[in-house]
Design a protein around this ligand. Sequence first.
Ligand code: S3P
Length: 428
Amino acid sequence: MEIIIEGIKKIEGQISVPGDKSISHRAIILGAIAQGETRVYHFLHGQDCLNTLECMSALGVKIEKINHSMLKIKGVGLCGLKKPVHILDAGNSGTTIRLLTGLLSGQYFNTVITGDNSLRKRPMKRVTQPLSLMGAKIRGENNNRFAPLSIKGSKLNSIKYTLPVASAQVKSALLIAGLFTGGETVITESQISRDHTERMLTFMKADIQVVSPKIKITGKKVLQGAEIFIPGDISSAAYFLAAASARKGSGVIIKGVGVNPTRMGIIEILKKMGAVIKISNVQMKSNEPRADIKIEGNELVGIEINREMIGKLIDELPLIAVLATQARGKTVVSDAKELRLKETDRITAIVTELKKMGASITEKEDGFEITGPTRLKSAVCKSYHDHRMAMSLAVAALYVDGKTVIKDAESIDISYPEFFNTLKELIK
Ligand code: S3P
């Protein structure tokens, strides 16, 4: 699908955004292996989370869609999953394949899990290697580096492990595998990453202790089904915050957005760049904080982003590149090599596409450098079948005097099927 977007002067209005993608995945997986019923509200009906839902249904879990965003999951307990009759398909979703690899390693049956062309090129050794230290038996393509992964269910043992990469997916796979061991698994993080798994496990009464940078989990303790209210996804809200932030006269309020500190990098950076942001009505629901975020357009300045911040805004970096084209001075992003391992190589992709639009941007091995402000120009852009690329380019297109074409924009359904409708609401 090709989308044509026309530049605008400002965006204005009040919206809400769909449920958090990371929390939606975890609600299904942990709800499925809990005891009793879990009700999930404001579930993200995006393709990635639907893949997790399909996989868990294939493992014998009854998941009822009450409506578009509400699920009822009949938990089967830690030992109740069933051998699926076919290969599990994670589609485009790294979270699905990595978290489920942790889950499937400790079952009494064997499984095979795979994904689409993009997912089959993404690194899996980061999960299979530490899981094998726990006793997991996993084989993958090319010396166990890539999916399809063939997982032989095994008895797992607990380990002490320091994560060599900042990855919530790897951390979560190990915590979930830790539920199936007889002892205490200790994971040490060398860099911050999102903590939704820890929060949800705590909420569902797992035997877990978090004393940063260490997380300790003791296996075999039954999880309790729960009511999970999912906040709006800050990574989805970020597109509208960015669209409003650099245009004087813009003003947007987004209600009920997740403001988990491990995801707040985009807000911290926007503030440092000069955006006028107010956070109000902070509430804690299902052990996750949420709030209303108000932003007003302003003049932005360039910024340096490195190691300490990267984990808190990894998915927003292509969008920050777009913003930097509208900011005065230089923006430098470093220590972001992980971006090359996402749904596409997001460093090369964003540099290539923003150059087409006239940005002054240089690719670095671990990030990029941008000098602004630039009046972006019309172009035909590719989104590389990557949802975050497509939405970031859509925001860039709003800053163009004229029309921009974005190809393969259907990838937006991965995390935000209603993106263009919400954008239309804000364009007056
Ligand atoms: C996610 C973790 C991040 C993020 C991804 C979702 C999660 O990946 O980029 O979009 O739900 O745990 P890594 O853990 O690989 O950094």
